[in-house]
Design a protein around this ligand. Structure first.
Ligand code: PEP
Ligand code: MN
Length: 332
């Protein structure tokens, strides 16, 4: 159950009520919110005098549900927003990893040429092998900071574990939580304490319920700026790296109040399919697309096989406009 306390309830009293009800408490602008498990169906009598509104829930998908907020949340990204009634689909691109200044400058130039606003590049990479490139770490974050200033871009970069979560929160405009870190509660809780937007990727072996419940950790920490990212799940299929769950995206659009971004690159795993898949994603009418690009994918230090070169990306990008129009979306 979600309970909105009256605006004049003082914080000490609110904390007391939360403890007695075994509820999570957080502040939402001008009022405090309590969230209990979904099995609570009747408002406890002690809360009645302090309660403005309450919402009975079917599962522990609560703050993220359309039963609570019928319209998609709006995430303010500075010069533009996504979600809400903006109708925007933000196209995010850049390399898998920030590798050096020349590479990331070339990536930023691609965005500048296409008038795109969000550069993606990981600096802490959650690799499958300990012997592979693990990312540039803090040095990479500093490079991204420099590029942000020079090109006036927003930066999305990922946090791999709790050891550097504060650095990523400080440097990123959007904090990316990767598929392999979706369940890292240290990261989720830290991200709940900031107001920076968070893009949460779906773990590749997780259900939609589990995925959205991870978002609940951030939302119930008091950060409402959560974006969900479908990036492919593991099935019996081995010819492609993962299987992009577009049915799941339809579910999220119908029942969940968070903006949805689709990542065809990690789902496909091979550059040859990424353009077609991206167009299919655009046709889903989602709030954002995330496509990996590299100035020279052949020498990329991570995810080399799936990154598009800049020419490939430009021709893909040029094909997206009519699809966006057809589904009532505006590319930003
Ligand atoms: C990435 O975005 O480069 C990445 C590692 O993605 P995922 O967490 O979806 O595997
Ligand atoms: Mn990658």
């Amino acid at each position: 159950m979600i309970i909105h306390l009256k605006k004049d309830v003082d914080p000490t009293r609110a904390a007391e009520l939360a403890a007695k009800t075994k509820a999570i408490i957080f502040n939402n602008q001008d009022h405090q919110v309590l969230v209990t498990g979904f099995k609570m169906k009747a408002l406890p009598a002690r809360l009645e005098p302090f309660t403005d509104a309450y919402f009975v829930m079917d599962t522990d998908i609560q703050l993220a549900s359309r039963g609570y907020l019928p319209t998609t949340r709006t995430i303010d990204l500075g010069p533009f927003s996504i979600g809400g009634n903006t109708g925007n689909t933000v196209v995010i691109t850049g390399p898998c990893s920030v590798e050096n200044e020349t590479q990331i400058t070339q990536s930023a130039e691609l965005l500048q040429e296409l008038n795109l606003k969000i550069l993606r590049a990981g600096s802490y990479k959650p690799r499958t092998s300990p012997y592979s490139f693990q990312g540039m770490g803090l040095e990479g974050l500093k490079l991204l900071d420099k590029i942000r200033e020079k090109f006036n871009l927003k930066i999305i970069t990922e946090v791999r574990d709790a050891s550097h979560v504060d650095d990523v929160i400080a440097y990123a405009d959007i904090i990316q939580i990767g598929a392999k870190s979706m369940y890292d509660h240290g990261i989720l809780r830290k991200c709940g304490q900031t107001h920076k937007p968070v893009l949460l990727k779906r773990g590749f072996g997780t259900t939609l319920q589990e995925f959205v419940q991870c978002a609940e950790f951030i939302l119930s920490g008091g950060n409402g700026n959560v974006i969900l990212c479908e990036r492919g799940i593991r099935t019996f299929e081995t010819k492609t790296r993962f299987t992009l769950d577009l049915c799941g995206v339809a579910y999220l659009k119908e029942f969940i109040n968070l903006p949805v971004v689709l990542d065809p690159s990690h789902a496909m795993g091979w550059a040859y399919g990424v353009a077609d898949l991206t167009r299919a994603c655009m046709a889903m009418g989602v709030d954002g697309l995330l496509v990996e690009t590299h100035p020279n994918p052949g020498v990329a230090l991570s995810d080399a096989s799936q990154q598009l070169d800049h020419q490939q990306f430009k021709s893909l990008f040029n094909s997206l406009g009519p699809i966006a129009n057809a589904v009532g979306k505006k590319i930003v």
